[in-house]
Design a protein around this ligand. Sequence first.
Ligand SMILES: NC(=O)c1ccc[n+]([C@@H]2O[C@H](COP(=O)([O-])OP(=O)(O)OC[C@H]3O[C@@H](n4cnc5c(N)ncnc54)[C@H](OP(=O)(O)O)[C@@H]3O)[C@@H](O)[C@H]2O)c1
Length: 244
Amino acid sequence: MEKPYVVCHMLTSLDGKIDGAYMSDPACAPALTAYGELRKTFDCQATIYGTTTMRGSYSDWLCGELTHCDTDYGWEDFVAPSDVQNYIVSVDPDGILGWNSCYIEKKGRPRAHVIEVLTEQVSNDYLGYLRERGVSYILAGKKGLDCALLLHKLKTLFGIERLMVAGGGVMNWSFVQENLLDEVSIVVAPVADGSTSAVSVFERADFQPERKPAVFAIKEVERLQGGALWMRYVMKQTNTEGYT
Ligand SMILES: NC(=O)c1ccc[n+]([C@@H]2O[C@H](COP(=O)([O-])OP(=O)(O)OC[C@H]3O[C@@H](n4cnc5c(N)ncnc54)[C@H](OP(=O)(O)O)[C@@H]3O)[C@@H](O)[C@H]2O)c1
């Protein structure tokens, strides 16, 4: 199946955490700046985030109670008109996120059109809600998310050649789980806060089966300002036999 090149780009603490108090320490500031700058070097037309990250930082919170939609839209994908070719891809298997607009504008980032990623668990009312707001959506899976199908649709329906996976941990792992990640890029800040509950770069959710450890080959390492480090790895393709 055709798919975009997929790179996971993350900022972490010295102990591999992607969230927590360490981020607001002044010692993390140079790494944060470098993280934002380096994301541009990958030249990706789209960035994908998990539901938790979307709800906390990008969507207009939750959709709440929906009005009834009389038209039956079936399981057809919806490519809405967009005046930009830059996208934020929002994984929302059950259709819960709220939208006031089909565009997301963040300081220092280009205006991006929203593509919702749904499964057949979503209600027809939610499909109507998205169409009314001009938010594009694709169906990728019946119950669980089918990441291979998702990537195929991003490439063939939206022409996305390069995709950035940028958190959270569950979303990142979903691509490793299915051997669909091409590269991992990590900016390590020289800070740690000792949290035992903060999320790591990769988190296997309870709904995902165990798999053999993923193995990566080093591509590049660079020292950055303020004691930060930039590490790039490519994922070694693992034989799927032996998965439990
Ligand atoms: N440091 C950084 O660079 C960086 C970047 C981005 C985010 N973050 C941090 O990451 C944290 C969130 O990470 P997280 O791991 O808790 O959440 P997440 O990956 O953002 O979202 C997890 C949720 O997304 C849905 N999901 C993801 N993959 C799925 C799959 N394969 N199949 C079905 N559903 C799937 C599920 O939603 P449901 O359970 O609702 O079905 C799942 O619980 C936040 O604290 C955020 O600040 C850090």
